[in-house]
Design a protein around this ligand. Structure first.
Ligand code: SF4
Ligand code: FES
Length: 368
């Protein structure tokens, strides 16, 4: 199939600068074996990636990780991205965003910052990240505002903090966030390992969503509240990545190019590396980017489904994790013959909470 489809250009480049991170979040979306991957790209290699991606048509860049502030060359990369014409986003835990660093990033032309919190309470924030970072994050939020950056606050939701949604919204308002992304946990990476501990009840979700709606009416456009769907509780899957190889291009710290940041865990995909192949060739012709592009790869029930243009058959990573087949219909869909697996995982989660929580760490990652 490789090379058979002329793809539209990518719009969004996710530059995962490093898998290193000072936090140990139980729902980290980095691959489980991140500590077993190759050396990080150099500054010059990242600059080359950005040039090629921009020439391909990418317009937005997200500097992410791990913690991108651990790279000393972040300012240089932001400056280069800006001069290439990218809209630049920093996706950070906040650790390392000192006033001096913020000043330099502003000078480099950084457009936008996304800051993550784990909860509105110090106890839960610090427990879930296994670090004492709550107060620091609040200081960083103030630094972001002092520099006039639009701020997205991001908080991953699960059964431990769903009852705090009102407090999380209040905190976002107090800190001056323009957007609050209330991201119900997606079960990949470390969240997949800790799924049973994180799985909420339907009642928790319904109550939290009602709170969100109430606040939306109260606060209007002062802070936009985004409630990312808890897809294990839905009847239809999300349109993951807006379709495979459609708009999203992720580059891992070691230069692997991926149509989705979790693609490293999919078996049988020969992921290309930007050190070995031009990006345009990777995007247009590589087998990995064409594997689930378009509709030719679909099986029933997706193949003849009249909703396939809306959700593209759902998420390939989720299909693989839940069925062992990345080309299967995402089992979140009620039309999938494996939908019962999702219902059963939700129902039986409380029975497996005796299994210890696994915090993300290099040692754990090396042992997996
Ligand atoms: Fe989407 Fe496939 Fe379900 Fe149809 S059967 S709604 S295309 S996941
Ligand atoms: Fe990989 Fe959805 S997370 S395709």
């Amino acid at each position: 199939m490789a090379g058979s489809i002329e793809a539209a250009p990518p719009l969004w480049l996710l530059a995962e600068l490093t898998y290193r991170c000072p936090l140990h979040c139980v729902f980290c979306y980095n691959p489980l074996r991140y500590a077993q991957t190759g050396a990080e790209l150099s500054t010059a290699q990242w600059v080359e990636v950005m040039r090629q991606a921009r020439a391909l048509g990418a317009a937005q860049i997200g500097f992410s990780g791990g913690e991108p502030l651990l790279r000393d060359d972040l300012e240089e990369l932001v400056q280069e991205a800006r001069s290439l014409g990218f809209y630049t986003n920093l996706i950070t835990s906040g650790v390392g965003l000192t006033p001096a660093r913020a000043q330099r990033l502003k000078h480099a032309g950084l457009d936008h910052v996304q800051l993550s919190f784990q909860d509105s309470t110090r106890e839960l924030n610090d427990f879930l990240s296994h670090t004492r970072t709550f107060e620091l994050k609040k200081k960083v939020a103030a630094i972001i505002k002092q520099h006039d950056w639009p701020m997205v606050m991001n908080c991953v939701l699960h059964r431990h903090n769903l009852p705090h949604v009102d407090k999380i919204i209040e905190m976002a308002l107090e800190l001056g966030a323009e957007y609050l992304e209330l991201a119900n946990t997606q079960y990949y990476g470390w969240a997949w390992l800790n799924r049973d501990h994180l799985m909420p009840t339907r009642e928790q979700l319904e109550q939290a969503e009602a709170v969100v709606w109430r606040y939306r009416e109260q606060i209007g456009s002062r802070c936009r509240l985004l409630f990312v769907v808890p897809d294990y509780f839905e009847q239809r899957p999300k349109a993951c990545m807006n379709g495979w190889g459609a708009v999203f291009l992720s580059i891992a710290p070691d230069g692997l190019a991926m149509p989705c940041h979790n693609a490293r865990d999919l078996p049988g995909l020969q992921l290309p590396n930007v050190c070995q192949q031009p990006l345009a060739e990777i995007w247009q012709r590589s087998a990995a980017f064409n594997a689930y592009r378009g509709e030719d790869w679909m099986h029933e029930p997706c193949r003849s489904c009249d909703e396939r243009h809306k959700d593209f058959g759902g998420c390939r990573c989720q299909a693989f994790l839940l069925t062992g087949d990345a080309a299967a219909t995402d089992p979140v869909c009620s039309k999938s013959p494996r939908h019962d697996k999702v219902l059963q995982l939700v129902r039986s989660a409380p029975e497996r909470r005796h299994i210890p929580i696994v915090f993300r760490s290099d040692a754990e990652s090396r042992s997996l």
